[in-house]
Design a protein around this ligand. Structure first.
Ligand SMILES: N[C@@H](CCC(=O)N[C@@H](CS)C(=O)NCC(=O)O)C(=O)O
Length: 219
């Protein structure tokens, strides 16, 4: 029987991609199980299939199975993998920066999802873009400072969590994004990591979100 860990998620970027990046960066040999939404978009391969058969306490996508460890919740998975492979901060200062940014990105993502779900997101985006430019991205630039990675000298799981938010924002608001070269440089730094570069080239463009989102994109 295979002892490879399994990451289960839809065939989209969403909450699964930061985990795929983290595992890829670490060189973990894992099964990247991608569930199809099916021709009717109902995702029965997951909902009527594996969802209640895997022994997960809270069955959801993404999930991660590593031997006896069976977990869902994207951040729990990221933290578990990061703890296992020591990618969760090299000091208390780094650890604090990581958990702070982790939660900040949750808030930023939630704000963006609330907009992207609305069919009239375009009409509503004026205020969003204003805050994005004058507050949110500015704060991220200040937080990063001249550090290579958000924790400091060492890369951590939160860099992949932030990266996924940033590339989505870049696709949604290119005119705002252009004003933040520091963030573009951060994105490039992630993409130049050899294993990540190889993964991106092999993967090709993939949709960001599921079908309930009015705004979606590919990267
Ligand atoms: N808080 C959860 C949210 C998980 C979630 O909403 N998953 C969506 C895709 S992004 C899903 O389709 N889940 C399948 C299900 O509800 O069974 C996490 O961070 O993992």
């Amino acid at each position: 029987m295979s002892t490879k860990p399994i990451l289960g998620y839809w065939n989209q970027r969403g909450l699964g991609h930061p985990i795929r990046f983290l595992l890829t960066y670490l060189g973990v040999d894992f099964t990247d199980k991608r569930y199809s939404r099916g021709a009717d978009g109902k995702g029965s391969e997951w909902f009527q299939g594996d969802k209640n058969k895997l022994g997960l306490d809270f069955p959801n996508l993404p999930y991660y199975i590593d031997g006896d460890v069976k977990i869902s919740q994207s951040l729990t998975i990221l933290r578990y993998i990061a703890a296992k492979y020591s990618l969760d901060g090299a000091s208390i200062v780094e650890k604090n920066r990581i958990i702070l940014l982790e939660q900040q990105v949750v808030d930023l993502m939630t704000g963006f999802y609330q907009l992207a779900l609305r069919p009239n997101y375009d009409d509503l985006s004026y205020d969003f873009l204003e805050i994005l430019e004058t507050v949110q991205l500015k704060q991220l630039v200040a937080f990063l400072g001249d550090r290579p990675w958000t924790a400091g000298a060492h890369i951590s799981y939160v860099d992949f969590w932030l990266y996924e938010y940033l590339v989505k924002i870049r696709a949604f608001a290119p005119e705002v994004w252009r004003k933040f070269p520091t963030l573009e440089a951060f994105v490039k730094r992630i993409e130049e990591l050899p294993k990540i570069k190889e993964f991106i080239a092999k993967e090709g463009p993939l949709i960001f979100s599921g079908p309930k989102y009015a705004w979606n994109g590919k990267y």
